[in-house]
Ligand binder design. Structure first.
Ligand code: SF4
Length: 291
């Protein structure tokens, strides 16, 4: 089968950045957590049963951050835990953020946002808006799905309000729909599109190597037919609808699955992260056709 793939957005984000973390472990304990897979199973750095107990990295709040790789130019924080509203988690996280900003480095902050954390963040860091992008992970609007996969993370409603709040406070915002948890993530894209500049979308990874076993360990049954949403057919039909919009960013695993089947490289065009917000209203109205 030969399918001509349309020109689409690049898969590598400029400014993905060097990673910074303040804690080992993450109390959200999402069932698909890649960080848990790598740290507990691949590298055996943390016993799996201790993953949900967050431990502050010694000396992290006083760390003098080195210049990030000039190729990326910014730090990504956090990448292997979240910023929860517990003061003993939130305050050291804010201290690390402040120390990176004080060194003059830009930041990409990735979180499943709690509203109070974001309200406080926007207040404290409003003078650094030009140096910060807030990326909110919102994997579904279905509260039942969220409760199953991300048992200790905020509801959709709370994340959505946090996104709106940050947007209205004029922070640069983006949304990560990775892994997308609905068969059809387009209605979710439509809901968040108005309040962010870019939307990253990707399937669930490491299902066979890790996720199935982790679900079992958590005492849950594997949802029947769940993997089908990451089949070539489903990915390709989603891709066909959303590929033309420059605001959409496909994660590697998304494009790899399509390329593996069709044998054609998806076009790689580097993105500049500076797409005006006005374009997001276009995507929203056009996506209405596919409701
Ligand atoms: S919030 Fe992120 S780091 Fe924490 S458990 Fe969930 S996926 Fe892992």
């Amino acid at each position: 089968m030969v399918i001509k793939l349309a020109k689409t957005q690049g898969r590598k984000e400029i400014g993905w950045g060097d990673r910074a973390n303040a804690f080992d472990g993450c109390s959200r304990d999402c069932l698909y957590c890649y960080a848990k897979y790598f740290r507990c199973y691949r590298f055996r750095q943390i016993p799996a049963e201790q993953w949900s107990q967050m431990k502050l990295k010694p000396g992290i709040t006083a760390k003098k951050w080195p210049k990030p790789n000039p190729r990326w130019g910014r730090y990504m924080f956090p990448t292997a835990h979240d910023i929860t509203n517990n003061p003993w988690v939130r305050d050291p996280c804010f201290a690390v953020i402040q120390s990176i900003l004080n060194r003059g480095y830009d930041l990409l902050i990735v979180t499943k946002p709690e509203l109070e954390v974001i309200q406080l963040f926007c207040e404290i860091f409003r003078d650094y808006r030009d140096m910060i992008e807030l990326r909110f992970t919102i994997t579904s609007a279905d509260e039942k799905l969220l409760k199953f996969w991300e048992p200790n993370a905020p509801s959709f409603r709370e994340r959505f309000f946090a996104l709106k709040h940050a947007y209205l406070c004029k922070f640069k915002t983006s949304v990560s729909i990775e892994p997308f948890l609905d068969n059809n993530p387009i209605p979710l894209i439509k809901r968040v599109a108005k309040f962010c500049d870019t939307i990253w979308i990707g399937p669930m990874n490491y299902i066979e190597e890790f996720v199935k076993e982790n679900v079992k360990e958590a005492g849950q049954s594997w949802p029947v037919g769940f993997e089908e949403r990451y089949s070539f057919e489903n990915l390709y039909s989603i891709y066909q609808v959303i590929k033309k919009y420059p605001q959409i960013r496909f994660k590697d695993a998304f494009l790899n699955e399509i390329e593996a089947k069709v044998g054609v490289k998806c076009n790689q065009r580097k993105t500049d992260n500076k797409i005006p917000r006005i374009l997001m209203t276009q995507i929203q109205s056009t996506l209405d056709d596919f409701a």
